[in-house]
Design a protein around this ligand. Structure first.
Ligand code: CAA
Length: 258
């Protein structure tokens, strides 16, 4: 059954999730985030899927958490229902890669959702920001933690304290996005990147993702040890032998995901 706030489609091993509340600029409410969590869980468990692309509309990836839905919350309600944590954290536990394809606004929770993805490809008209301070709150889905890790303290403070928006060129210079492409090319570029990823051994992709994420969770020496153990483990796989043999024999590898 199609969810109400998302459009789901697959193209071979790539799953495309489109946030679909266009009249609210894809403002993220509980219903949408519940559906997103379910879709992510479904694709993570699906053997046929190797990579997920998450996108919005031409005007907005997402303009933030739904202000109308949270305006009347009080402290005890936010705490007791574990607002944000409860249904936004599924993205964090995705084992398969998720690429954010961002056009238009990625603000507040929209910017935070994009940052939870593994990398961001932006259209030239994309605009990023954490303007929550304008409505009397602070970022609540990781913005104060992930943004400084991505762009450094000075720019993260600037965005969070002044509420100014950053365009795609600045976001690329700052390291928040991996590539900027013309708006008309955005989805093709993201789907091509996803297909490229799906051409590599599935377990190697997942292990590479785990290792890069480890860099944000541990001191360098622990991260290096983690990487080294994973690296060593890949010498026990068929696809390592196949990949290296194919290179030496100047042919395309035939990976078997084992
Ligand atoms: N929540 C609920 N509705 C939203 C919304 C949001 N975050 N963002 C936009 N909308 C709605 C508007 O209310 C409007 O609805 P109506 O047509 O019914 O009036 C519709 O989407 C279109 O928006 P605008 O008319 O405002 O469009 P615009 O082009 O003039 O401006 C915008 C676009 C600059 C993105 C502006 O909509 C805006 O500033 N939105 C709010 C951005 C924001 O503050 N985001 C942070 C939210 S808090 C958060 O995300 C907390 C967290 O960390 C998780």
């Amino acid at each position: 059954m199609q969810p109400e706030n998302l459009l789901l489609q697959t193209d071979g091993p790539v799953a495309l999730i489109r946030l679909n509340r266009p009249r609210q600029l894809n403002a993220l409410n509980d219903a949408l985030m519940d559906e997103l969590g379910q879709a992510l869980a479904m694709y993570d468990a699906d053997e046929a899927i190797g990579c997920v692309v998450l996108t919005g509309s031409d005007k907005a990836f997402a303009a933030g958490a739904d202000i109308a839905a949270m305006a009347s919350k009080d402290y005890m309600q936010a705490y007791r229902e574990d607002f944000i944590t409860r249904n936004w954290e599924r993205m964090r536990s995705m084992r398969k890669p998720v690429i954010a394809a961002v056009a238009g606004y990625a603000l507040g929770g929209g910017c935070e959702l994009a940052m939870m993805c593994d990398f961001i490809i932006a259209a030239e008209d994309a605009r990023f920001g954490q303007p929550e301070i304008r409505i009397g709150i602070i970022p609540g889905a990781g913005g104060t933690q992930r943004l400084p890790r991505a762009v450094g303290k000075s720019k993260a403070m600037d965005l969070a304290l002044t509420a100014r928006l950053m365009d795609a060129a600045e976001a690329e210079r700052a390291g928040l996005v991996s590539r900027v492409v013309p708006a008309a090319r955005l989805l093709d570029e993201a789907m091509d990147a996803a297909r490229t990823i799906c051409g590599f051994p599935r377990h190697t992709v997942m292990m590479a993702k785990e290792c890069v994420n480890r860099a944000f969770e541990s001191p360098l020496s622990d991260g290096l040890l983690f990487e080294r153990r994973v690296f060593h483990s890949l010498f026990g796989t068929h696809d390592q032998r196949e990949g290296m043999a194919a290179f030496l024999e100047k042919r395309q590898p035939g990976f078997e995901n084992r």
